[in-house]
Design a protein around this ligand. Structure first.
Ligand SMILES: NC(=O)c1ccc[n+]([C@@H]2O[C@H](COP(=O)([O-])OP(=O)(O)OC[C@H]3O[C@@H](n4cnc5c(N)ncnc54)[C@H](O)[C@@H]3O)[C@@H](O)[C@H]2O)c1
Ligand SMILES: [Zn+2]
Length: 670
């Protein structure tokens, strides 16, 4: 390769990898697999060795890939948070072992641990109390996410036992169990939000949310795996893991002390199969030299310790035959193509189906019924088709033609500009859409009608008793018909009717969420209700008025407008209103201009569910109050939302300044 070519290639690899780092760490939405990323990184590293003059000082080979964000307080790490050297090959591990031996001789042990697939977190404890939680960030500085991390039940706020140092730092991996991931991701999809590809991305997206209340709803967990501090009372990593367990930290039971590299390889082989039985994802095994003094002797490179390495498992792949492609219609009308496969064993489960995502993906793969396909199950939960084995393609297979009509109701499919999915627009009478909408409407977070479960809805739909959401509220007139159905006795019918009746007390925000308007999830529904107060004002709102609401963008606004433009939806709302459902919230009697706050000073900090900061500021000023920007003894009130910085909180508490919520501020205006 000529130097000129090498320079060009180094530049393009560097910028491509930087983009992938951004997608992975900041957006939590990677667009290539880890293996592809690692191969590109290796290629760059080899080129840089050959042509060091072209290496970018910010090369991804030298730096931890993450970034700090502007949304949290930045904290400098006391001990840098580095990456780990990684490999997919056993030979590389043997080479690693040789290097270690050269440096420290033969007398040492390894600790093998699982490489949890989440995001690393640094926790600081002072006198046994959790004082700070910080993300890895760029390795030198991270985001202070203490408030969010405090919602994780397995991270102790206060330690048990004795013998912990007065101040220490402990590191671990925050992750989400697979079952919780699948459940929450399915809910996201139902709400028309983009699903996360795997639990790691979901956990990482969650930790960086602004609203700790929302974080608390998503069950995260954390395994701890390294202790830092001055004069730790331990000589080895293994000892420290046993001790931190006794202080109340969660340490994985799957750790092993190994006296040589062969025992390490045994551990790796054991978990090649065992890993699929775990309730969470791992992407490999971490191998650490056990003794602290020996770790110190080995030291660090710019990016990772020399006393540790990780072995990453390759995603498992297998070939099988594609029997047919079918199409599923979801609650929102989105059509998903599904590959039905000749059943095959893969990653510990029998795989019969794989997702084909959308029409573009079918086009890209040129996959045809009857093809032999390569299926992968990696970090992603749902298996996917990687490629078609053209050598095995029988003669005469027809190119796949994407369906043009809904497989359920025959309506012609549509595709909106800028979207990849095709939709069935018939949300009035397309069976999976109306059943799905009713199931959503009665679900726990919406109207919470326990007695009308998913299967009962299907049964009532099939028997013609339910056709729309509004029909639910006329079931009480149809007791005789209900009693004729299978598994419907007097008691279950009474329960059913009572549950439906009770649901009428649900507040407007639950009803609005229950309607299943695309992109209107729980939080958006709350915001719309707070802002517009009643359904008529919401129906009348135009795009401008909608996007004026904090955190509502044009995509949501357009979806809301489209929904209310449909006469059948308006008719349904009229019926639900007539049945007695809540379509308004009580107006708070707020005087929007007054002198009630005259002579008082306010400082606003944190984020608020019902107001933007600018809105709050306007409100205070319109009522005669004065906004100040720093805390002093003269400040009258601190208006505090979520995620307020701990330093501010402490200062205000020290000065005994009254801390009020946005609701308490509203009370002052009444
Ligand atoms: N697909 C993409 O676009 C993309 C982009 C960037 C990075 N990546 C992936 O991320 C990797 C680099 O990420 P990285 O720098 O965080 O390194 P890494 O994830 O390979 O290893 C370091 C991390 O391992 C974690 N870890 C889990 N269990 C551990 C244990 N028991 N002990 C110690 N640490 C443990 C810690 O969070 C630590 O920060 C790449 O190799 C690549 O596979 C992928
Ligand atoms: Zn349809």
């Amino acid at each position: 390769m000529s130097p000129q070519e090498a320079k060009k290639l180094i530049e393009s690899l560097t910028s491509e990898l930087q983009q992938h780092n951004y997608n992975y760490y900041v957006l939590a939405m990677p667009s290539i697999s880890d293996l592809e990323f690692d191969q590109m990184l290796k290629q760059l590293s080899e080129l840089e060795k050959e042509f060091p003059e072209y290496q970018d000082p910010n090369s991804p080979t030298l730096k931890v890939g993450g970034e700090i964000t502007k949304s949290f307080k930045t904290v400098k790490h006391k001990y840098p948070m580095l990456s780990l050297g990684n490999t997919y090959s056993e030979q590389d591990l043997i080479d690693f072992d040789t290097r270690v031996r050269k440096a420290i001789g033969d007398d040492f042990e390894y600790v093998c641990e699982l490489k949890f697939d989440g995001l690393s977190m640094s926790l600081t404890y002072n006198n046994g109390k959790l004082s700070q939680a910080v993300t890895r960030g760029d390795g030198t500085k991270g985001d202070d996410v203490t408030t969010n991390i405090k919602t994780i039940k397995t991270i102790p706020h206060k330690l048990k036992g004795m013998g912990y140092p007065e101040e220490f730092e402990i590191r671990g991996e925050v992750f989400m169990h697979r079952a919780a991931f699948e459940k929450l991701n399915a809910e996201r999809e139902e709400n028309g939000e983009q699903p996360f590809a795997n639990p790691r991305n979901f956990a990482s997206g969650t930790v960086k949310m602004q609203d700790s209340g929302e974080v608390a709803k998503r069950p995260l967990d954390c395994f701890l795996y390294f202790l830092y501090g001055n004069n730790l009372p331990f000589k080895t990593h293994w000892e420290s893991l046993q001790a931190v367990k006794s202080w109340g930290f969660k340490v994985s039971e799957h750790i092993r002390l190994c006296s040589n590299i062969n025992e390490v390889l045994d551990f790796i082989h054991d978990f090649d199969n065992e890993r699929f039985k775990l309730s969470f994802d791992i992407d490999g095994i971490v191998i650490k030299v056990n003794n602290y003094a020996q770790q110190q002797e080995l030291g660090f490179t710019a990016k990772s310790p020399r006393w540790a390495i990780s072995y990453k498992y390759k995603a498992q792949e297998v070939e099988t035959r594609l029997l047919s492609i079918t199409y599923q219609v979801g609650r929102t009308g989105a059509v998903t193509p599904v590959a039905n496969l000749q059943p095959v064993q893969l990653a510990g489960t029998t795989v019969k189906r794989a997702t084909l995502h959308n029409a573009n993906e079918i086009e890209r793969l040129d996959v045809r019924e009857g093809d032999t396909v390569l299926v992968e199950k990696g970090g992603e939960i749902i298996p996917k088709i990687i490629s078609v084995n053209l050598d095995k393609r029988p003669a005469g297979l027809h190119k796949t033609v994407y369906i043009q009509n809904c497989p359920e109701c025959g309506t012609e499919l549509i595709r909106k500009a800028g979207e990849v999915a095709w939709y069935c627009p018939n949300d009035i009478s397309c069976p999976p859409q109306i059943v799905g909408k009713m199931q959503h409407f009665t679900s726990r977070k919406a109207m919470n009608i326990d007695s009308l479960g998913d299967e009962t809805i299907v049964q009532l739909f099939n028997s013609g008793l339910l056709r729309t959401i509004a029909d639910i509220y006329s079931l009480s007139d149809k007791k005789t018909e209900l009693l004729l159905l299978d598994r419907m006795g007097q008691r279950s019918v009474n329960n059913l009717i009572a549950g439906i009746e009770a649901s009428k007390n649900n507040p407007f925000e639950k009803v609005l969420f229950g309607l299943g308007i695309r992109y209107v999830g729980e939080t958006v529904a709350k915001k719309l209700v707070q802002h517009f107060k009643n359904i008529d004002r919401l129906i009348a709102a135009n795009t401008e008025e909608l996007v004026a609401v904090n955190e509502i963008g044009t995509r949501i606004a357009e979806s809301v407008i489209d929904y209310f433009a449909e006469p059948a939806h308006i008719y349904q709302i009229e019926q639900l209103k007539a049945a007695g459902l809540q379509f308004e919230i009580e107006e708070k009697e707020i005087v929007f201009e007054s002198d009630k706050l005259e002579g008082k000073t306010f400082l606003i900090s944190g984020v608020f569910a019902q107001f933007g900061r600018a809105e709050l500021k306007d409100l205070i000023e319109a009522n005669g109050g004065k906004i100040v920007s720093s805390i002093s003894a003269k400040l009258n009130f601190l208006v505090a939302g979520d995620n307020m910085g701990p330093a501010k909180l402490k200062k205000a508490t020290d000065l005994s300044i009254p801390i009020i919520t946005d609701n308490e501020l509203l009370e002052m205006l009444k």
